[in-house]
Structures are given as C-alpha cells and as structure tokens.
Unconditional design. Sequence first.
Length: 351
Amino acid sequence: MKWIPMPEKNTGRSLLSGGSSMAHSDFLKAMIRAHLDGEGGTFRQLALQVAAKEASAGHSRLAQEIRDLVDNAALTSGQQAGRVPPAIKTSIPRANVAELLHAFYPREHMTDMVLSSHTRESLERAISECRNRGVLEAHGLQPRSKLLLVGPAGCGKTMSARVLASELGCPLFEVKLEGLISRFLGETSVHLKSIFDAMNHSTGVYLFDEFDSIGTARGDHTDVGEIRRVLSTFLILLESHRGPSLVLAATNYDKSLDAALFRRFDDVIDFPMPDRANIRLLLDLRLSHHEHEPMNLNAVAREAVGMSYAEVTKAILEAVKGTVLADNRVLPLDTLRKSIRSRKAMVPAKP
C-alpha cells in the first residue's frame, strides 16, 4: 500500500467531475485495480484522499458522504477499530508482531481537534507532503516522514497520531513499549529493528508514545547500558528511514531526550497547553453535540484555564452524564461549571 499523490491546487471544482491538473484516469485506475486485487487498505486510502481533497475544495458535504461510505464499508468487512486489525506484512513471526504493535484504522479527523494555529499548520503540512510524495520525489525532494511531538499530557499528541492516520487513509500502528523493552539483554534492539522492518512492508503511521522511556539522554546517571544501546539503534534506524511510512515519537518530557534525537526528526511539533481562546473553541465543539442552557462560554473558558484539552473534554462528558442520569434533556450551566471546577481540582499544581 502506498500514498498516491493528489493535486494541491484548489480549483473549486469537484475531483469527481474532473478539472484537475492531475491525470485522474491514472488515479481512478489505481482505485479500480486496488478493488479488483482485494487490497482493501489501499482502496480505502485512495477514497479518503478523494474525501480530503473535496473538503479542501469546499465540498464538505460530499467529503463527509465519501467518509461515511468508507466507514460503513469498513464495518461490513470488519476493518474498523476494535474489529479485525490491518494486516501487517513483515518477515517477523506473527506472535512477535502482536506483542510489539497494536494496529487499527482510526476515524478521527482534523475537524475533531482544537489546536494552536502553529501546531495545526505543522500537522497539515505533514499531511500535504505525505499525500504528494510522488510530486516531491519527482523534484528530488523527500516529504516529512519523521515527526517528534512534544508537550504536556492531554494536549493532543496521541489524538494527532490518530488524525494523521485517518486523514492519510492508512492504519495506525501503536508501538507497545512493554513488548519492545525486553527483560532479555539485547532483544530490545532486535525488536526495534523488527518494527522498522514492518514499516517497509506495511505502510502506515507508527507511533512511539511515551518516547522518553527509550530516548533519554545518553550519560544520564539513571540510565542502564541496555537503554543506551537501544537509543543508539533507534538513531541509526531513524536516520536511514526513507520509506512511505510516517514515524511519530511523542513525549511529555522533551527536556530529558538525547540532543542527538532532535536533528534526526524532520520536524519537532509543539503541543502547548490551551489558552482561554482555544478552550472556548473546544467548548463550542464539544457542546455542539448536546443541548444546553444559554451560557457565557467565555466565562466558562476562563474558569478552565490551566486544564489540558483532555481534562476539559472529560469535564464536559462528566457534566453530560450527570445531566442524563438526572433525566434532564438540557445541560445546566451550573452542572458544567461544577464539573470543570471538580476536574480542575484534580490537576496537580505546577511547582
């Protein structure tokens, strides 16, 4: 499975009706070939690329209809998250793969997230370059394929990995650190090489979450020899990675990372805590799905300053659940504010 380049130019016309600078006959033939060859993952990826370009051209309704069709087809064939996982083509034994990687197709999209403008621009640039890999390679250029995501917990790093996979129409492979870091001396580096081998055979987004557990600075007095060897192996493998798969490393503790890591990544994307304006946007987004009393959301957002995106979302969900259990159709303002205060009180104070 590979990413098929799509035109970047927004002509305002539907891709399905033609009018693009790219040869759509080749693109349509690729979709038909993938369907006839039974390559469901490739067909799904191509269809989602069509949806993404329709959305960028302003055809949001058509884009959503295409996404719904793809998601419904995935449910029918058992390829949705929580059902049959994506196939992983690699030379390592299947039992080892299950211990190292959790694979699934996410459904989240960029429209489901609230982010700072800089963070969003960085993610959209990575998506654009991956979609247009062929165009860049034709000019001797390489797309971003190695991203380091840094920032406090609950600010969108893991969610962004899901969005990147969904927007690119490919699986997300979450690396299981408990399986990667072996109690047997020397096996961790072997496991790491197996994961990078899988990247060359099964295109997708590969996420190393809580990356500081293996990326700590060499020479750290708390480090052991095995982790130093693992980090050296990772640096070598990352440096040589040129395949179509996207490699993500996410950490809450970027200050503890080895300095050599930063120059190995194509981009370091910061995920800051939300300010009041972004909390207000998040309230608008999450409350749009629930009927609620008239609210001064600016005042509510002011109370939530200091909480992460994840904590604010949890507070909203707790308020909604309390409203449902009280047999009330409308979310009261007091219920939401109490939930935010309660959740905020759980957040550890910064030293």
